[in-house]
Design a protein around this ligand. Structure first.
Ligand SMILES: [Zn+2]
Length: 413
């Protein structure tokens, strides 16, 4: 497999060789009038690694990643509101109007900008007018190093729901796999969190009453009603993000190339059942307040079972797999007069984002979150669809043991 980090050195060597033999070509020439094209590593539709020349049209300058699609900070600080520090200025070799990044960091920031420019135009075309609540340019931090970072935080990316919404791409240290900056499925996942944040989560009045204790508790055992609500929202958010990542990248196994088969959540397989509401709350009985010390003292088997049952990504993956089945069978309603000009993944992405504001409206009316089941999201997204028997059977596999009849058991929402 091509290793992005080490391969970045090669274009620079080629450029220097060209310069030595052809004095007409400059590697460091600043600008010319033609549209800048960048040669960057790329994971294609089949998950294969290749290089490709891309044109970026939303940047003011080729040498600063500050444009209409994104503002990319390199190793920024976070002041609690936004990123501060230097906007990324890639080092580029140039021949004609073709730029080549001459070090790994430069390739990483250009590839990251390229993703957001792709999404800037993609969402203009694919999403229905008025459905997106997010603002452009997106604010993004790309890190090559972070002090005192735990191994868990490396090889990862995150969305931080601050006023503008920040996307963080952490250092990628697994040289055997594809860095996240090149993985449009992973970046699409993070980008979806901005939609969920702006269309659903930040709009719920109940979110404003969450305390620090609720938020901390929601990450482990949801010990309070608020923490349980946050746990459910996180499960749904993560699952829909996995689905959106697959839709926009058109790569349902996008996680494997960066995380490996053992850590990835491949969504092109049938779902397993959601954990039931009782299981999600089970750890309350084990530990009313689950502390780090108590977790460390827990027998490994019990800990594994607990972590698996409450992990929002693993639970959410079941929603993603149900979404994938419907998208793959092209059974989401085709919205918009131009629906026939889109492919099935684009129509599915349009449908998913379109439904978020209705999801918010439905959730706003809920007053008894403590008795809400994780299956609610499955009911919301699939109950009213006209699914084939084959697709419905796959979707039903995602329902928890509380819903043995699957979507037929949903009732009124
Ligand atoms: Zn996520």
């Amino acid at each position: 497999m091509l290793k992005f980090r080490s391969r970045f050195l090669q274009p620079a060597i080629l450029c220097l060789a060209t310069l030595a033999s052809l004095s007409l070509v400059s590697c460091t020439q600043d600008r010319d009038s033609s549209t800048p094209t960048y040669r960057i590593p790329y994971i294609d539709e089949n998950g294969q690694n290749t290089f490709r020349d891309i044109t970026l049209t939303t940047l003011g300058s080729a040498f600063e990643m500050n444009g209409r699609a994104a503002i990319i900070y390199f190793n920024p600080s976070n002041n609690g509101q936004t990123f501060t520090g230097a906007i990324a200025q890639p080092h580029l070799g140039k021949s004609g109007s073709l730029f080549r990044p001459i070090d790994p960091q430069s390739g990483t920031v250009i590839a990251t900008y390229a993703f957001f420019e792709k999404m800037f135009f993609y969402e203009k075309k694919v999403l229905l007018a008025g459905d997106s609540q997010i603002s452009w340019p997106r604010i993004v931090g790309v890190y090559s190093s972070v002090d005192k970072m735990s191994p868990n935080d490396e090889n990862n990316a995150a969305y931080i729901p601050m006023p503008q919404g920040l996307t963080e791409i952490m250092p990628f240290t697994d040289n055997g796999r594809d860095a996240l900056a090149f993985n449009h499925g992973v970046l699409g996942h993070e980008h979806f969190h901005a939609h969920f944040d702006m269309s659903v989560q930040s709009k719920l009045a109940s979110i404003k009453s969450m305390s620090e204790v609720d938020i901390a508790s929601s990450r482990g055992c949801p010990a309070t009603a608020n923490a349980y609500e946050l746990k459910l929202l996180t499960i749904w958010n993560e699952g829909l993000a996995d689905a959106y990542g697959a839709m926009v990248s058109e790569q349902p196994t996008f996680m494997t190339v960066s995380f490996g088969p053992e850590a990835a959540r491949p969504i092109a397989i049938d779902p397993l059942p959601f954990q039931s509401a009782a299981t999600l709350k089970k750890c309350r009985a084990i530990f009313p307040t689950l502390t780090k010390e108590k977790l460390q003292a827990m027998p490994k088997d019990q800990l594994n079972e607990l972590v698996t049952s409450i992990d929002p990504h693993l639970n959410g993956a079941q929603l993603a797999r149900a979404m994938f089945a419907v998208a793959n069978h092209d059974e989401f309603p085709a919205l918009g007069a131009d629906a026939a000009t889109l492919n099935k993944w684009q129509r599915s992405a349009r449908y998913l984002i379109h439904r978020l504001k209705d999801f918010k409206t439905a959730l706003e009316k809920k007053t008894d979150w403590e008795n809400m089941q994780p299956d609610y999201a499955l009911c919301f997204f699939f109950k009213d669809l006209n699914l084939s028997a084959e697709t419905k059977a796959i979707v039903n596999k995602a329902f928890s043991s509380d819903y043995p009849d699957g979507v037929a058991q949903c009732g009124s929402l």
